[in-house]
Design a protein around this ligand. Structure first.
Ligand code: SAM
Ligand code: SF4
Length: 333
């Protein structure tokens, strides 16, 4: 599938729940949440049907996210079913990591279950190594559980785990050096993410926003020059740099990189079945309605995908005084 701007779509990011065991200030700031009803959320069968339609049109990368995907019962089984689809070459999972060391009924950890299901691209969120700052950022005291989760993931066999850290002035800017060192010690790839106005505008103030370029300078001050790696790519829009030690560091700068959307290959499926052509645009299309209509054929689902791809915008609207309408948690980061 190719859109009007030459974006070739091969990546589907699926949110499997709007729920979470943390409350990150930039993602779901309020304690008082109205959750989707269980019946509003796509069932495993519906998700698999969407994925089968997608792979028949060239989708080859899937990432499951949320909310916190490990709060959805049965998500490890779902990953196994996704992992068994031969056309899926890259199966990823994004988690806050705090539930990875929990045991499944079979006695293995969630981390092991995910690995055995065929997940190889594991992203963990980590904004701070200081328990106090971690709690401020996530409204939960779960740093020890995060660390256990990371250990469980490495024991399970995951390599090149990506640590995603949202940049926030006055919150974690003084910790960038230690986060870089932590990633090096654990053999993980750290990526610093600019704050985006996805959930609430209040969080994205001049005071809180720390641009990637400034984060780079802070890191260079301690660790020496960061050499750009223009040809190094993972699966997303991150730009990579290398320290003299050979350690790679990524920056995801949706707000300040004017070329951010150029190579976008992604669609998003929300927990309640809206297909979104872009995270930073209000466009979304109700796939659940189509899925739950008994007359819908696989060809109709393929056409739905094509129509959404046709509506994919050239770039996101974040720089155009974008007003958030939906929480990140419902869209799937
Ligand atoms: N709960 C999982 C986690 O935290 O990794 C998966 C879902 S979370 C929405 C996915 C990613 O989106 C996380 O790395 C999180 O830091 C990022 N995120 C959420 N809100 C954001 C925002 N306003 N700006 C930038 N990144 C955000
Ligand atoms: Fe939960 Fe992840 Fe959002 Fe934090 S970023 S509230 S862990 S979904």
């Amino acid at each position: 599938m190719e859109d009007h701007y030459g974006h070739r779509i091969s990546y589907l990011r699926i949110s499997v729940t709007d729920r979470c065991n943390e409350r990150c200030t930039y993602c779901m700031p309020d304690e008082e949440q109205t959750w989707l009803e269980r019946t509003e959320i796509l069932t495993e069968e519906e998700i698999l049907r969407v994925v089968h339609a997608g792979v028949s049109l060239g989708i080859s990368k899937i990432r499951v996210t949320g909310g916190e995907p490990l709060t959805r019962p049965g998500v490890v089984d779902l990953m196994g079913k996704l992992g068994a689809i031969p056309q899926i070459q890259n199966l990823g999972f994004s988690t806050n990591g705090t539930l990875l060391s929990r045991k499944l009924k079979s006695g293995v950890t969630n981390a092991q279950g995910l690995y055995d299901a065929g997940v190889r691209a594991l992203n963990l969120s980590l904004d701070s190594l200081d328990p106090e700052v971690y709690r401020e950022s996530t409204s939960r005291d779960l740093l020890p559980q995060f660390l256990e989760g990371l250990e469980a993931a490495q024991e399970a066999g995951f390599e090149n785990i990506r640590l995603n850290c949202v940049l926030m002035r006055n919150r974690n800017e003084h910790e960038l050096w230690s986060l870089v060192e932590f990633a090096a010690e654990r053999g993980c790839l750290i990526r610093f993410v600019e704050l985006m106005p996805v959930s609430s505008r209040e969080v994205l103030t001049e005071e809180n926003f720390l641009p990637a370029i400034e984060a780079r300078r802070i890191i260079e001050f301690r660790h020496g020059e960061l050499k750009p790696l223009p040809d190094y790519r993972t699966n997303g829009p991150a730009s990579y740099f290398e320290l003299e030690s050979g350690q790679k560091i990524g920056f995801i700068s949706a707000m300040t990189n004017l070329h951010f959307c150029e190579n976008c290959d992604k669609l998003r499926l929300t927990a309640e079945g809206k297909l979104r052509p872009c995270l930073g645009s209000h466009l979304e299309f109700d796939m659940r309605k189509v899925l739950r209509d008994s007359s819908t054929t696989d060809a109709d689902l393929q056409q739905f995908f094509r129509d959404v791809v046709d509506r994919k915008p050239k770039e996101h609207d974040f720089r155009e005084n974008y007003q958030p309408q939906r929480r990140m948690i419902a869209i799937g980061g």
